[in-house]
Write a new protein. Structure first.
Length: 263
């Protein structure tokens, strides 16, 4: 871990609340890498208050694959942004391992994102003037102990495209470049916001295969948000959000492979 990441580890923190101080999440796993208690995000415009997220309790175990399922406006993107350090809660507690993120300043959140979190969004955010390999190298050049560019591209089956530009790739290939870029720094967390939302059925399933492989082979804790209920079959647990709250948590009897999904 680099000096900036060490600063995060050295920040004074108190342990997360336990026992009577905080209500446990539904079926909390052992060895939680993420823990939220009574997490809220409220937006205000004038006299209007919008509760985008309200009183959420959440535990995510190391190596777990979580799907956050809900309609547009249910709060799933707000929750993902908080987990990834892209936003701060209005109140409540949020912990990554033993690091409190609830009241962290922007520098601390930047170090957290840089050292620990990989993001995959619906839109690929590739730099069009850079090749596939150069887009991935943007991360490997600043990470402490990254994969090589070719290791990351091999994981997403894009080595033959390493010297191509984004305009020469299909949508699914561009998304796989984005995944390679996200995992190249070996993050503990992979957070995916509608990763198949802009893709057709066959291409979307191939992207899901890549995400499942990263979770299973590297042990990367993975959270995927989607409105597509079929994708929930891939998960260890499915958290359904309604009106900014976790309405229920389901545990599928077994994890399906992407090839077994249909929608």
């Amino acid at each position: 871990m680099d000096d900036e990441a060490d600063d995060l580890a050295d920040s004074p923190v108190e342990g997360p609340r336990t026992g009577a101080e905080a209500a446990p999440a539904n079926d909390p796993p052992a060895q939680a890498v993420l823990r939220a208690r009574r997490l809220c995000r409220v937006y205000r415009t004038g006299d209007t208050e919008v509760r985008a997220l309200w009183e959420v309790d959440l535990d995510v175990a190391r190596g777990e694959f979580i799907v956050l399922l809900g309609a547009s406006g249910s709060g799933k993107s707000t929750l993902l942004n908080l987990l990834g350090g892209l936003d701060r809660p209005s109140r409540g507690e949020l912990w990554f391992e033993d690091h409190c993120l609830s009241n962290a300043d922007e520098d601390t959140l930047t170090r957290y994102r840089r050292a620990h979190v990989g993001f995959v969004f619906q839109f690929y955010n590739l730099i069009p003037s850079l090749t596939v390999a150069e887009n991935v190298a943007l991360v490997t050049d600043i990470a402490d102990q990254p994969m090589t560019v070719d290791e990351a591209l091999a994981l997403v089956a894009l080595m033959p495209r390493r010297d191509h530009f984004p305009s020469q790739l299909s949508g699914g290939e561009q998304q796989r470049v984005a995944i390679a870029r996200a995992i190249a720094k070996r993050p503990q967390l992979l957070l995916c916001d509608e990763p198949t939302g802009a893709l057709d059925y066959a291409t979307g399933k191939r992207v899901l295969e890549v995400i499942a492989r990263i979770n299973q082979e590297l042990g990367t804790t993975t959270v995927v948000i989607t409105h597509n209920a079929a994708i929930s079959g891939m998960a260890d647990r499915v958290m359904r959000l309604v009106d900014g709250r976790i309405d229920r948590i389901d545990r599928p009897p077994r994890r399906l492979s992407p090839a077994e999904l249909s929608w």
